[in-house]
Design a protein around this ligand. Structure first.
Ligand SMILES: CC(C)(COP(=O)(O)OP(=O)(O)OC[C@H]1O[C@@H](n2cnc3c(N)ncnc32)[C@H](O)[C@@H]1OP(=O)(O)O)[C@@H](O)C(=O)NCCC(=O)NCCS
Length: 437
């Protein structure tokens, strides 16, 4: 068997475990359903379903509606990026949406031997879970049957997901008066994500991931950065990328922790984004109010407040204020609302390719939410930039946490020469090492 394949599969297992049981809402624009890669996208979604990910797929139908209106020799009217759905054209709109939906259901039903979906047995379900109301009159223009989502029946969707179904939703909503409204598929996706407490929103985008003015791709964006980017782009360019990113921003604003813009033309972009470290698209994430940064002089008091109680308990080695001030360059801190809630330090050892990790601490009120893992990941990146190959840490009471972070138990012989002489036998710390990729 090919070794690359085995290695890739092994490396993807932490992601498989992390995503199992999570709920993702996927936005599939009408255009992407017309591409050659469409069947690959559907089989990748099926694979996610097989791996225990709960999926809601919301499809668009802009291209299909335009084609259908053109066939009926009707000009499609768009104002402020939204279609005006005239009553007399509703049949055309429903035909286009219905056909798109059926095409998707058929694609999810593929299962020929030899195809990636063989044996998957996907069940696609839907229902009257989105209620809508008219958008009304904007700039003097009556949008008629163009609507916006009024409410989503979250429990009904969750029940369908609990039964292992993929929930497929169209850009439609029904009103209390029994009317059908054409709503934007992004609106449906965002409101559904909010109603069911989705873990992720994934927006397939025909123009690929988000890029800056020079064409450089953004791998990730804080919500704040995303908002700034959207304000900036709104002035000159409201293209597909703008709308995909805006959906991500709105979803994160509504409580979704992470949202991703990925290419609908790059084969395998979805799997790369979810199961590899580097990903393929642009991820927008919410925890923008907690920042990790290098420590500054005015953080000394905050760091001391955090570590002093741990020093008293003997969990951390005592550091005087003077020592902390001289070693401040080695420290990073996690700040939330002007409070230092975490810190960690990296001490590169000269004449060796290793560094000591020390003083990892999270404020007791903020523990067990992956924050220390984030600090560690940050320091590992820093260490890789310094071309370091190995991290080691000495600890008395936190051995298992380091084991869970990929460290392995080691011994004094493995320490760099300079550190060996300084080892405090009375403290009798355990030694752990991690080799960096
Ligand atoms: C260890 C510490 C940094 C972890 O911070 P955190 O942000 O809560 O860490 P994470 O969220 O990434 O991991 C939390 C997990 O680690 C576990 N954990 C916490 N302290 C642990 C310890 N001493 N030994 C083993 N596991 C520990 C938690 O139980 C939790 O597991 P759970 O999710 O199954 O409940 C934090 O508990 C702390 O500040 N401890 C005191 C200082 C310390 O021991 N520093 C390390 C010496 S350098």
């Amino acid at each position: 068997m090919n070794d690359d394949y085995v290695t890739w599969f092994r490396h993807s297992s932490p992601y498989i475990n992390a995503h199992r049981g999570k709920t993702f809402v996927v936005m599939l624009p009408g255009d992407s359903i017309e591409t050659e890669d469409f069947h690959n996208i559907v089989s990748d979604l099926t694979l996610l379903n097989s791996l225990g990910i709960r999926l809601v797929v919301v499809h668009g139908a802009r291209t299909q509606i335009e084609k259908q209106l053109a066939l009926a020799e009707v000009n499609s009217e768009i104002h402020k990026g939204m279609r005006i759905t005239r009553r007399e054209h509703l049949d055309e709109v429903l035909k286009a949406i219905g056909e798109t939906r059926v095409k998707l259901e058929a694609a999810f039903s593929c299962g020929l031997p030899g195809s990636p979906m063989h044996g998957a047995r996907v069940r696609v379900r839907s229902g009257n879970v989105v209620s809508a109301m008219p958008i009304g009159v904007i700039d003097g223009i009556d949008f008629q049957l163009t609507g916006k989502v009024r409410s989503v029946d979250g429990p009904a969707i969750s029940a369908l997901l609990n039964d292992g179904n993929i929930v497929l939703l169209s850009p439609l909503g029904y009103s209390l008066t029994g009317e059908i409204f054409n709503v934007s598929f992004a609106d449906v996706a965002i409101q559904v994500a909010k109603a069911i407490g989705a873990d992720k929103l994934i927006a397939f985008n025909d123009d690929g991931p988000i890029k800056d003015k020079t064409g450089q791709q953004y791998r990730e964006m804080t919500l704040l950065k995303c908002e700034k980017f959207l304000v900036e782009s709104a002035r000159h360019n409201q293209d597909n990328s703008y709308f995909s990113l805006r959906a991500c921003q709105k979803a994160c604003d509504a409580g979704v922790a992470r949202a991703h813009v990925i290419s609908s033309h790059e084969d395998g972009a979805l799997l790369r984004e979810l199961f590899t470290r580097d990903g393929s698209g642009t991820m927008v994430y919410r925890d923008s109010y907690e920042t990790i940064r290098r420590a500054r002089f005015d953080d000394v008091v905050g760091i001391l407040n955090l570590i002093s109680p741990l020093e008293e308990e003997g969990v951390l080695v005592k550091r005087s204020r003077e020592r902390l001030e001289t070693e401040l360059d080695c420290f990073i801190v996690m700040e939330k609302d002007n409070l230092i809630i975490g810190c960690a330090a990296l001490y590169p050892i000269s004449d060796s390719r290793s560094a000591e990790l020390a003083c990892v601490a999270i404020h007791p009120e903020y523990r067990s939410n992956g924050r220390a893992s984030k600090l560690l990941a940050h320091l590992e990146k820093q260490a890789s930039k310094l071309k370091l190959e190995r991290l080691f840490v000495l600890t008395t009471q936190t051995a298992h946490w380091f084991l869970e972070q990929g460290f392995v138990e080691s011994n004094i012989e493995m320490l760099p020469e300079q550190k060996k002489g300084l080892y405090n036998f009375q403290r009798n710390s355990k030694i752990f090492c991690k080799t960096l990729n």
